[in-house]
Design a protein around this ligand. Structure first.
Ligand code: PBG
Length: 325
């Protein structure tokens, strides 16, 4: 009998050996917690399709960002849910709009100790639910939307945000936002660009989370799921337009795109572990079909292994707790 000369199992024998040779780390500082704040909320409102996630009040938001700070998270990404919506998404530009007030609150609470990011998109603020304004034929008008994004960026910068997160997939959005910010001397405000954002069924639960008004789909601006090269192209364009960080979204169904983008650009790469990816695991765990804690860590590890430097995840606080055990 020939004995195997090479035995990879030697390095798996003890927990200590396995730790020594671990290739991929997940640290709380690499995780960003997305948070929803609702304008008319008097108490935190559970989101049925995302067990464990709530729409915050301004008060409960302050509490949770302190928890994020204590847990050593990399940051928070804020989404606002306004009481009234209109065709132009005016609530996003209004300095007293829910998201801009939330940014002010959070910055007052955590200052520079926790990175504060905000969604820069119109879909939560428009009565038609699209990420941009519509032309007379009902199509999303790219260039008129860019003007509003510029104003929205200024409102968020004035509120004290560290990084704005344009997620509307309009052409030229990063350049337009960079120009608007620089013209008003907000040169220190960065851009985390949703660069390769796919039209995905995995955003389903998020639509409930933000009370989305959308009829139809976003396929004229978000990408087709089969297009990997196009995702890399979008990321390169965003870097050329001045993005400080680029993002791929969703994460799990697009890990190859995460890897390709990581290899193509020289800025940090983020990936968004989206609502549907969260809810699938939660639903299976609630049925006793999957080991929830292990599935969470395995999910986040896989996104890091694919090449994401930063992961946006609804499990950020939970994962920080699990990792500290
Ligand atoms: C758009 C936006 C969406 C998400 C983040 N920003 C929804 C969409 O594009 O339809 C989805 C996040 C998630 O599903 O967790 N502002």
């Amino acid at each position: 009998m020939d004995y195997p000369a090479i035995r990879p199992r030697r390095l798996r024998r003890t927990p200590s050996l396995r730790r020594l040779v671990a290739e991929t780390s997940v640290r709380p500082s690499q995780l960003v917690l997305p948070l929803f704040v609702r304008e008319d909320a008097t108490e935190p409102t559970p989101i049925m399709s995302m067990p464990g996630v709530v729409q915050h009040t301004r008060d409960s938001l302050k509490k949770v960002v302190n928890e994020a700070l204590q847990a050593g998270l990399g940051g928070v990404m804020l989404f606002g849910i306004p009481t009234t919506k209109d065709a132009l998404g005016s609530g996003g530009v209004d300095p007293h709009g829910v998201l801009n007030l939330a940014i002010t609150d959070v910055v007052a609470e955590v200052g520079d100790e926790l990175t504060v990011m905000s969604d820069l998109c119109l879909d939560e603020f428009t009565d038609h639910g699209h990420c941009g304004v519509l032309d007379p034929d009902g199509n999303v008008d790219n260039d008129r939307t860019l003007e509003i994004y510029g104003q929205m960026a200024l409102a968020q910068a004035a509120a004290g945000v560290d990084l704005v997160g344009p997620s509307g997939m309009m052409d030229g959005q990063v350049a337009a936002i960079r120009q608007a910010l620089d013209t008003e001397e907000h040169t220190g405000v960065g851009i985390l660009a949703y660069s390769a954002k796919y039209a995905s069924a995995f955003y389903g639960p998020f639509r409930e989370a933000v009370d989305s008004a959308l009829q139809g789909d976003r396929r004229t601006y978000q990408q087709d799921g089969g297009n990997g090269l196009e995702g890399v192209r979008e990321a390169r364009l965003d870097v050329a337009e001045g993005a400080d960080i680029v993002m791929v979204k969703p994460a799990l169904a697009y890990l190859d795109v995460v890897r390709a983008v990581r290899q193509a650009v020289d800025v940090p790469v983020a990936a968004y572990n989206v609502s549907g990816e969260y809810s699938m695991v939660e639903a299976a765990a609630a049925n006793g079909w999957i080991d929830r804690d292990a599935a969470i860590i395995e999910t986040l590890t896989s996104i890091r292994r694919a090449g994401a430097d930063i992961v946006l995840t609804y499990w950020a606080l939970e994962a920080a707790r699990l990792l500290s055990r």
